[in-house]
Design a protein around this ligand. Structure first.
Ligand SMILES: Cc1cc2nc3c(=O)[nH]c(=O)nc-3n(C[C@H](O)[C@H](O)[C@H](O)COP(=O)(O)O)c2cc1C
Length: 340
């Protein structure tokens, strides 16, 4: 499961694990700077990981001593790996030359990876990187791959878009395939894994060892099991509309804090619905109407009335995006009031 800020928290991990879930869970990113400390709510997904599967802690930042200090601290906790974010496209992040912004400065990446490689590895903990293929030009990827290889990463995840491509542009699976050829470590392919069939073709086209799935699993929590079935030549079971409706109820329940105000929880649910709604069928018109109507709800009753009017049926749901997923979903400000 991909790291997704304000989505892939402890509650979401717990819920998705009940649908089969992924083989590995990435945390949202820990923000690292000279005075940072580990965000409590992110650390909880590691210390209270209920999934029975490995957790990988992601960091974002560019301050070498702070990254080293944080990586040391994180290794005191039950993590399978420490991951560095080289892809976040939020302007507040990349303007500070962190996340995707670092892709404009390969020399700086070289120095950061060297320092992190030296301090990560206690108790078999791995060092991994999640990257995009460039800032605004994919040409830099040719320069980045030897740097990644030089630092003996244990795993590289490639989201096959540039930072300026956000979530819009076609995914460059050819560049992911290039990374697979160039890297001595396993590579995961990331970007638009939207169905079991898509997963099969992306694995074939890229030669990647595995996949990382983000928006696809918010829309379709069954996707991990569907992919397992597909890859082992078993029938892929699709949920019915009512199955999806039950998922929306479970999502509400799982993510509602104990003393949450109804209005706030409706707003929170709209964030998930941006992704799920893209796949609410049977056609593009129904999906667009669902998204339009759900964005106007303010109470629990209204919210579920709209959900029921679209999902209270027994037809199978492929849950593939019929309308483009909301690009504005990229992290800009967190639920914790903390601009990223
Ligand atoms: C709401 C949201 C939050 C995200 N937060 C992070 C993050 O914290 N760290 C990160 O490396 N990528 C983050 N991403 C990017 C995803 O991990 C993933 O690379 C991207 O969505 C493409 O994969 P997909 O097509 O399967 O969604 C985020 C994406 C979304 C939509």
């Amino acid at each position: 499961m991909a790291p997704m800020q304000d989505v892939t928290d402890l509650a979401f991990w717990r819920l998705l694990s009940t649908y089969g879930g992924p083989d590995v869970y990435w945390t949202e990113y820990f923000r690292v700077h000279s005075t940072s400390s580990l965000e409590r709510w992110i650390l909880e997904s590691i210390t209270r990981n209920p999934t029975g599967k490995p957790a990988i802690a992601q960091m974002i930042g560019n301050d070498v001593p702070a990254l080293v200090r944080t990586a040391r601290e994180l290794q005191k906790h039950p993590v399978a790996a420490i991951d560095l974010n080289l892809g976040c496209p939020a302007p507040v992040v990349y303007r500070k030359c962190a996340g995707g912004g670092l892709l404009r400065e390969p020399k700086r990446i070289d120095a950061i990876l060297g320092a992190l490689r030296d301090c990560i590895g206690t108790r078999g903990i791995k060092f991994t990187v999640k990257t995009r293929v460039g800032f605004d030009d994919e040409a830099v990827f040719q320069e980045l791959l030897p740097i990644f290889a030089k630092h003996s990463l244990d795993l590289l995840t490639v989201h096959g878009r540039t930072v300026s491509g956000m979530y819009r542009t076609p995914v460059r699976y050819d560049l992911i395939a290039m990374a697979v050829q160039a890297m001595p470590c396993p590579v995961l392919a990331n970007g638009n894994v939207s169905s079991a069939q898509a997963a099969g073709s992306i694995l074939q086209e890229t030669g990647a060892k595995g996949l990382m799935i983000g928006r696809g699993c918010i829309r379709n929590p069954w996707i991990f099991d569907q992919i397992r079935s597909y890859l082992t030549q078993q029938a892929v079971a699709l949920p019915s509309g009512r199955g999806v409706l039950e998922y929306v109820h479970a999502l509400w329940q799982a993510t509602e804090p104990p003393s949450s105000k109804e209005r706030l929880q409706v707003e929170k649910m709209k964030k998930y619905m941006n992704f799920l709604g893209a796949g609410v069928g049977p056609d593009i018109g129904a999906s667009t109407r669902f998204l339009h109507d759900i964005r106007r709800t303010t109470t629990r009753e209204e919210f579920f009335r709209i959900c029921e009017s679209h999902l209270d049926h027994e037809n199978p749901m492929p849950l593939e995006p019929l309308v483009p997923e909301n690009n504005a979903a990229a992290p800009l400000a967190t639920a914790h009031g903390d601009a990223t």
